[in-house]
Design a protein around this ligand. Structure first.
Ligand code: GDP
Length: 535
């Protein structure tokens, strides 16, 4: 490899940071995203993200459903620059009926930002998404938001994270007051107080006065009571808390914690600066030929998400590729690992919000959108040079199940085709009864919305009206080793066996309790909440 290319790759990787935000709806993800972009200079006025969304909604009609419900189903990628870093924010749908897309997006992220509402603490969706991050062992940065409103005690929130998520916490900054008396944050590393003045609607960058802890001016600037409280809190933190250990952070065992208010823009820039310092750069990926570093000279990447018909006029599909190694260049020719096909990557797209902009080059950590003429499936690897294949993306444990019926026999073919394409695209998981006489597919999803999307699209794109019959299960477990160990144990109680689209056995349970009972009764069966990785 030329040394020129080598140093170009090293430099590109050094400058790249890639992350996704995990949060419960309403914690402030949209607001924080807007503020981050503001610092990145990608948009000049907060509110532009929403405006873009509104515009997109008006022009896209497969998203008519989104419009009707006023929610965002799709996720995309936002790229912006800050202090010579290229930052890729992998956006995830905000609605609580989130789907597997959100999980898969995390499979392409190197870091996660866990956004928490200070009044609410950990919430259901945050916990679920945290589990996915934990499975991947990625670093988690915590931003505790809405300090301008009354909330819970900061120490209590740290304790909740430690107890419930098993993550050590390290407060990088510390809030001074909260609610109406929120005055700013203390930067523990630099030992400086950042005092903020609220700006009109938080639309501009907040005015920020920085004072050293020992500075005499503090007495004028800060109420005495708040100052004493800050000193007390800091002593307490020094006494009980561990030191910041970046190795532990990078292993996903310790989370740096930041306090702030996205809406009023308090603490966002401070967070961004430290995040860039502490976050993982694009790293090695496991593959069929071992671990591959991001500076490996040949281009490679994997598909983590497919999105159909973003533009209904063209009925196109876009495959989102996480670049893992090398340098991507427009019009390059790559190998498709699963099929052995050679593909020319024309019309690559960089994704800014939903607008598509053509790109010429991309490096490890970036995401590109490719028009997908039906070749790509979730988890597929593309590469140049020596053959390699990435680990793929696991199926995630579905929690909702329903039989999908097509009452109109003349539509049989369209129904089959639609189901098969939607499955390949990863819109929903499909399972079947082990009873050959029962041919109707069972849809298995992580969120209710996936059912609605499938029915909506079957009708709109394939002309098939379907009926859905919900099933009373909420837990699915794959059986390690397949049918053989399962057949050995004989009849099982309080569970139903079905098969997934790869003919592997899956046990469905009404509740966790039934599942635990079976595990106790049959310790010889190894059950897994995540399907074995496919490639
Ligand atoms: P998302 O559902 O997580 O994307 O949340 P949004 O960003 O849409 O925010 C939900 C609501 O919380 C909106 O009304 C925001 O204006 C509000 N919000 C977001 N951040 C803050 C904050 O720092 N302070 C206050 N008081 N409200 C906030």
């Amino acid at each position: 490899m030329s040394t020129e290319l080598q140093s170009e790759l090293v430099q590109a990787v050094k400058q790249r940071r890639n992350f996704a935000i995990i949060s419960h709806p309403d914690a402030g993800k949209t607001t924080l995203t807007e503020k981050l972009l503001l610092y990145g200079g990608a948009i000049h006025e907060a509110g532009a993200v929403k405006a873009r969304r509104a515009q997109r909604k008006a022009t896209s009609d497969w998203m008519a459903m989104e419009q009707q419900r006023g929610i965002s189903i799709t996720s995309t990628v936002l790229q912006f620059e800050y202090q010579h870093c290229q930052i890729n924010l992998l956006d995830t749908p905000g609605h609580q009926d989130f789907s597997e897309d959100t999980y898969r997006t995390l499979a392409a992220a190197d870091n996660a930002v866990m956004l928490i509402d200070t009044a609410k603490g950990l919430e259901a969706q945050t916990r679920k998404l945290f589990e996915v991050c934990k499975m991947r062992g990625i670093p988690i940065f915590t931003f505790i938001n809405k300090l301008d409103r009354p909330g819970r005690e900061p120490l209590e929130l740290l304790d909740e994270i430690e107890q419930e998520l098993g993550l050590q916490t390290y407060a990088v900054n510390w809030p001074i007051g909260m609610g109406d008396r929120f005055k700013g944050v203390f930067d523990r590393h630099k030992q400086q107080i950042h005092l903020f003045e609220r700006s009109a609607h938080g639309s501009k960058e907040a005015r920020n006065t920085i004072v050293d802890l020992g500075d005499a001016k503090i007495e004028e600037l800060l109420e005495q009571e708040l100052y004493f409280q800050l000193k007390n809190d800091l002593e307490l933190l020094e006494g009980v808390g561990p030191e910041l250990d970046l190795d532990l952070v990078h292993q996903g065992k310790m989370t740096p914690v930041f306090f702030g208010s996205a809406m009023t823009n308090f603490g966002v820039e401070l967070f961004l600066k430290y995040f860039l310092d502490y976050a993982l750069q694009p790293g090695v990926h496991n593959s069929s030929v071992g671990e591959v570093p991001p500076t490996y000279p040949e281009f490679s990447g994997f598909v983590f998400k497919l999105q159909a018909n973003m533009d209904p006029k063209h009925r196109d599909r876009v495959a989102f590729i996480r670049v893992c190694t090398g340098k991507f260049e427009k019009d390059m020719t790559v190998n498709h690992a699963r099929t052995g096909k050679i593909i020319r990557l024309s019309r690559p797209q960089k994704l800014f919000a939903q607008e598509r902009e053509s790109i010429d080059v991309a490096y490890a950590g970036d995401v590109i959108g490719l028009n997908n003429p039906g070749v790509f499936a979730i988890g597929d690897t593309i590469y140049v040079g020596q053959k390699l294949e990435y680990e793929g993306i696991p199926y995630f444990s579905p929690e909702l199940f329903a039989i999908l019926r097509n009452p109109n026999p003349s539509k049989f073919k369209q129904f089959q085709k639609g189901i098969s394409e939607l499955r390949e695209e990863g819109a929903v998981q499909i399972m079947y009864s082990t009873d050959e006489a029962k041919r109707d597919p069972i849809l298995a999803a992580v969120g209710q919305l996936q059912f609605e999307v499938v029915q909506f699209r079957l009708q709109n794109e394939y002309g098939v009206e379907t009926q859905l019959e919900l099933l009373p299960y909420s837990v699915a477990r794959w059986v390690e080793g397949g049918w053989e160990p399962l057949n050995k144990v004989g009849r099982l109680f309080n569970t139903t066996t079905v098969k997934d689209s790869m003919d592997r056995p899956v046990l469905l349970f009404r509740n966790e309790w039934n599942c635990q009972q079976l595990e106790q009764d049959h310790p010889e069966l190894k059950l897994s909440a995540v399907a074995p990785v496919f490639s």
